[in-house]
Design a protein around this ligand. Structure first.
Ligand code: ZN
Length: 100
């Protein structure tokens, strides 16, 4: 059986996602909680605020698919979040909090 990475949708508590997400860019990641930069993909927690990374959002999945597959094999508990979904909901949440 050939396993493939296929996106699925799940209802998640966005405040939990935001607190425990690692946004992974070109070469390093950003902590969703404190915005610390230069976080490595192998880091389980943020070196600055200590939050545990339970979610990872790759900015460029096409390019980082091998990294994603490797990370999934090493840490099966990690959830992969679609980066566009994350940014869209983050913006909506921010707009709603400004409008009060
Ligand atoms: Zn942090």
């Amino acid at each position: 059986m050939a396993k493939q990475m296929i996106r699925i949708y799940q209802d998640l508590d966005f405040s939990d996602v935001k607190e425990h997400i690692l946004e992974y860019g070109v070469l390093a990641g950003i902590c969703g909680k404190c915005k610390e930069m230069n976080i490595k993909l192998n880091d389980h927690t943020c070196s600055k605020c200590g939050t545990e990374f339970k979610y990872v959002a790759f900015q460029n999945v096409r390019e980082h698919l091998p990294k994603m597959i490797k990370l999934h094999a090493e840490r099966p508990g990690i959830k992969f979040v679609d980066h566009q979904d994350f940014k869209r909901i983050e913006a909506e949440t921010k707009a709603r909090s400004i409008l009060g």
